[in-house]
Design a protein around this ligand. Structure first.
Ligand code: IMP
Ligand code: MG
Length: 178
């Protein structure tokens, strides 16, 4: 697996520090509120499980599965809901947890869908952002890192369902996905 990685972009220590900072900020900002974190499966799972351990206020966890990519490395622009939420979110403070924003199409669609359910607040936390690739406007409340336009894997991010379990975020060698 490691042979398929061109370069490690963020190692375990860097990710741990970043997630700790983000968790502390959320704990402060959402103190006394009714927080629900919504992880977007499957990419956000590792990030979200590390993040909730750094949140010191009560919070609930829920998940949604959407698909916009298939097995290709480029977005299709079509978002399909594969699994909806278990909880009602009306009147709740909702934070969508994403691994990476690329075109922004997935999050744009989800924001519209979830805001129709009348949460008291609806915000996004995202570990990685590719600003060069943005096709639609998205407001991200908590962002880990702006990253260059490479195909990244590890720490939940996959290529064709592989590499999610790498403990770091790395750049996938081009010959693997081209
Ligand atoms: P968007 O709708 O184009 O913003 O796509 C966002 C989704 O595409 C993310 O949640 C990821 O699942 C996937 N994605 C985008 N860029 C990458 C990448 O570099 N590596 C792995 N998955 C990616
Ligand atoms: Mg994703």
């Amino acid at each position: 697996m490691n042979n398929d990685i061109k370069e490690v972009l963020y190692n375990e220590d860097q990710l741990r520090d970043k997630v700790r900072q983000m968790g502390a900020k959320i704990s402060k900002d959402y103190s006394g509120r009714d927080l629900i974190l919504i992880g977007i499966l499957k990419g956000s799972v590792i990030f979200m499980s590390d993040l909730v351990k750094q949140i010191t206020i009560p919070c609930k966890m829920d998940f949604m599965a959407v698909s916009s990519y298939g097995n290709s490395s480029k977005t299709s622009g079509v978002v399909k809901i594969l699994k909806d939420l278990d909880f009602e979110i009306e009147g709740k403070d909702v934070l969508i947890v994403e691994d990476i924003i690329d075109s922004g199409v997935t999050l744009k669609y989800l924001m519209k869908l979830l805001s129709a359910r009348k949460p008291s607040s609806l915000e996004i936390i995202c570990l990685l952002n590719k600003p060069d690739r943005r096709a639609v406007d998205i407001d991200v409340k908590y962002l880990g890192y702006d990253v260059p336009d490479y195909f990244l894997v590890g720490y939940g991010l996959d290529f064709a369902e592989k590499y999610r379990n790498l403990p770091y975020i790395g750049i996938l060698k081009e010959e693997i996905y081209k």
